[in-house]
Write a new protein. Structure first.
Length: 205
């Protein structure tokens, strides 16, 4: 039986495509910064899409981290709520993005209507750096994203407490996907093509 929570904190995106991994890195940073709360579940949703439906439907409220097309300058941060959510959920800013629009629509057909949804998002700078990490501009927005999330959850009556600086933290996913390990194992652009798989590039005649 699925356990129910007041709030599901969900990071979505694809860490293989630069700033598209922003949501996942936010969830990772959130998990490391704040102590576990009995009413809150934190998930690295990655590109799981429809596989997340049971997790979504187990929560009264949803707080989602993602990169968003605000039609604004790269690095712009915002929190989307209510009517803004429809625009976010129906827009894919990248061919690689696993959007949640179908998941939310399927959940609605099953009678699930969350009490609140908030999306903490950033306007990406780069999405076509295959195997790349967050750009510096977007990486510098992680702390701001966590502050926005903490404030949003406080408005829902959820008070978050910081972890002790030396507290050991189990990763949300496999440790090789954590930002530090991912960066350490990422090949240089001179060793690995960063715009796709060279085996499938058009051949020059």
């Amino acid at each position: 039986m699925t356990e129910h929570y007041e709030v599901l904190v969900l990071g979505v995106g694809n860490i293989l495509w630069a700033d598209e991994g922003f949501g996942v890195r936010c969830a990772e940073a959130f998990h490391k910064k704040f102590k576990p709360h009995p009413s809150v579940r934190v998930i690295d949703g990655g590109t799981l899409g429809p596989y997340l439906i049971n997790e979504l439907m187990s929560a009264k409220r949803l707080l989602i981290f993602d990169c968003c097309d605000f039609k604004a300058e790269a690095g712009t941060m915002d929190v989307l709520r209510d009517a803004d959510i429809k625009q976010w959920s129906s827009t894919k800013i990248s061919a690689h993005q696993g959007g949640l629009n179908d998941v939310l629509a399927t959940a609605a057909l099953q009678g699930y209507v969350p009490e609140a949804i908030a999306v903490v998002g950033v306007q990406p700078l780069t999405l076509d750096d295959y195997g790349g990490s967050l750009t510096q501009l977007v990486a510098e927005k992680l702390d701001e994203a966590l502050d926005l999330a903490q404030a949003e959850m406080a408005s829902w009556g959820i008070t978050l407490q910081p972890r002790a600086p030396d507290e050991p933290v189990e990763p949300l996913a496999d440790h090789s996907l954590e930002l530090a390990d991912y960066e350490e194992g990422r090949p240089d652009s001179r060793e690995a093509c960063r715009i796709g798989d060279v085996r499938f590039f058009p051949k020059k005649s």
